[in-house]
Structure formats: structure tokens, C-alpha cells
Design a protein around this ligand. Sequence first.
Ligand code: FAD
Ligand code: UDP
Length: 370
Amino acid sequence: MFDYLIVGAGFAGSVLAERLARGAGKRVLLVDKRMHIGGNAYDFYNEHGILVHRYGPHIFHTNSAEVFDYLSRFTAWREYQHRVKASVDGMLVPIPINLDTVNQLYGLQLDPAGMKEFLAQVAEPVSPLVTSEDVVVSGMGRELYEKFFRGYTRKQWGLDPSELDAQVTARVPLRVNRDCRYFTDSFQAMPFAGYTRMFENMLDHPNIKLMLNVDFREIGGQVKYQEIIFTGPVDEYFDHRFGKLPYRSLEFRHETHHRPDFQGHAVINYPNDYAFTRVTEFKYLTGQVHPSTSVVYEYPKAEGDPYYPIPRPANADLYRRYKELAAATEGVHFVGRLATYKYYNMDQVVAQALQLFGRLTGLKRQEATS
Ligand code: FAD
Ligand code: UDP
């Protein structure tokens, strides 16, 4: 007899398994239909001995000391500030767009004040900011929008930025200084021995029973449990009763090159060329020293494993119906990126899971009773 059946061993499911077992003395059965823990953050040493992320690059960043402290119980960290280049007009320039991007692209020598003036001249203010096109065009005008955002977004989402909520492109800031970091969060780091090792440490508790390669539907009536925590796609849980919620998928092409360096950068984005959006070279993220190097290409597609909820009004309407149904379904709790249909980063999922732990147990989120 288990207190909880938790479906999905990604961040959402693993944090709850850990908290309920270690923090509240509950007995937990954690199942995942994949062959591994970690969900989309899963990493592993490939056949050449290089640490790679199976489902694309995962860089940890957060402004939440609570989330960072919590995860620090299960891993040491390697400080890492992520930097990305975009391949535009035959050049590799910093993205997010900053002072250097504009100077390089147009052969200028602007200072921050000059950059502000430049932006004031090219920006095409839109009010209110509703779509992903509005956000970018308002900040930097149509030319930079076309060079950096339109093509990338159409590839990534299969939609024009004008069809997506503002929050999608608003993830990428615009800077008038020379800060070329992708994120500015106060905590930015990679788990020292990788994500999977961190998950192993989280789940190492006698009250947690782990079953891999098992779809939760296969369990049927064979196991007794009090409540379910579900972290898979919410529409799938309800057999797509109101129709399918669209998720964007990706195909990953992993390659290893037998030379120490492949592209000289952690990530290069290709907004306008090729069918892939970006190429990631893992050694830059992990700091691993190795005579060979492994990279991954990301090819967006409509069908396949669900990776991204698609933020647009029609999908929000459909999700609202599932959300109401979920709220009315006693004994089942929905949490995580797929189950709450939110374009969440890892830290936001951890925060959401810690919050649910608090609601389920009445305990302070990180309190340990055993
Ligand atoms: P998941 O990790 O998707 O876990 C859900 C699990 O449920 C899966 O393992 C799945 O197999 C399992 N499952 C589903 N249905 C069933 C079923 N019926 N039975 C059994 N098991 C089931 N975030 C960042 O903070 N930084 C980044 O750099 C970053 N990069 C990303 C890059 C890519 C390409 C992608 C796709 C995402 C990225 N993210 C990043 C987001 C991050 O992956 C998510 O926020 C996080 O992994 C979500 O955790 P989760 O537990 O909600 O979902
Ligand atoms: N984006 C873009 N060009 C870029 C980088 C990002 O158009 O060079 C847009 C694109 O729509 C992308 C979104 O901004 O999906 C968010 O970018 P982010 O890097 O956060 O995407 P993720 O890492 O979640 O795939």
C-alpha cells in the first residue's frame, strides 16, 4: 500500500517523491514510462565517454534561493554563465541582442547612450503588447526582428511570432550594454556530476519505490495507493476528452567529433538557415575535458514526444477546460510543465512542486521529519 503514486520521474515527480518520502515519511511509488529518471533533464555519458543531455541543452538558472538551496542538498555545483551566439548575415554575434551585436552587425561604434538612440529610431512601439511579434518589434524594430526572431520562431514553433503569446520571445531580453550572458539570474550553475546523478541522490530513500519503463496505465488495479501525482500531459490523463492540447516536439541529432573543439561556442542559434534551430556543444556546459567533443542539433516538429506547451490564446482556452476538470478530480494532483501546460524552466517546476508539497502536507516546504 502506497500513500502516493507519482507519474513521471522528472523534476516535478522527483521533487515530490523526495519531499513526501524524506520530508513527510510517506510511501511513494514513482513510475516513468522512459528507461531513466530525470525527465527531459536526463544526462548520460555517451559511448565516447562524453556527458551529454539526451533531450537538448539544460542550463540551470534561478533567482530563487529556496530552489537553489533545496537542490544543493543533492548536488555540488559548477559555476557556469551561459553565452549564445546567433549566426546572422554571415557573422556570429551575441544573442540576446546587446551593444556588441548592433555594432558588429552594422559596423558601428555606439556606446550605451548611442545604442539607446539607435533603438529609439528603429523601434516601432506597439500597445498593448499581445503577441511575440509585438514584443520584439516594439523594442528593436522590424529589421532586427526579421534577422533574429521571425525565422527562428517560425522554425521552433511552426507558427509566426504574431500567433504566439508575448511571453515566448519576451524570454530573450534586449540590452544596451555589453552583457552577453544568456541569463542574468542570481544563481547560475550546472550540477557538478550531472543532472542524473542529482536525481539519483534525490530518489535514494527506502520509502521511494521506482519503476521505470512502465506507463502508469499498466499499473491498473495491481497496486494500492491513496492519491496520484501526475506530471505527464494533462490532456492524455483525461484521454483527450476535450481534444488534443498541442505540444511542440523536437528531434535531436547527436554527433561526436574526434577533435577537442567543434564550434568554439556553447550554443550557436541559426535563425535563418537550416532546418535546425541551434547547435549545442556540451563540453562548454559541463566543463568536461576530453579529446573528442559531442554536439546536438535540434529539429523542431509537430508530432513526437511532447516538449513545449504552445503559448497562444486558443490553447489557453482548451487548457482551461482541462484545468477545471483536473481541479474537480479528487485525489489526483497535476504538477509540472506538461501537466499544467506552462512553458516553465526547471527552477519554476521545482518551485511548483515544493508548493504542492506544502499544500499536501501542511509542512513547510523543505522541512524534514525523517
Ligand atoms: P518532464 O521532465 O517532461 O517529466 C515528465 C515525465 O513524465 C517524463 O519523464 C515522462 O516520461 C513521464 N511520463 C509522461 N507520461 C507518462 C505516463 N503515462 N506514464 C509514466 N510516465 C509518464 N529548463 C531550464 O531551466 N533551463 C534550460 O536550459 C532548459 N532547456 C530546455 C531545453 C529543451 C530542449 C527542453 C525541451 C526543455 C528545456 N527546459 C529548460 C525545460 C525543462 O526541461 C523543464 O522545465 C523540466 O524538465 C520539466 O520537468 P517536468 O517534471 O515537469 O517534466
Ligand atoms: N528566439 C528567437 N531567436 C533566438 C532565440 C530565441 O526567435 O535566437 C525566440 C524563439 O521563439 C524561442 C523563444 O525566443 O522559442 C525563447 O527562447 P529560449 O532560448 O528561451 O528558448 P528555449 O531554450 O526554451 O527553447
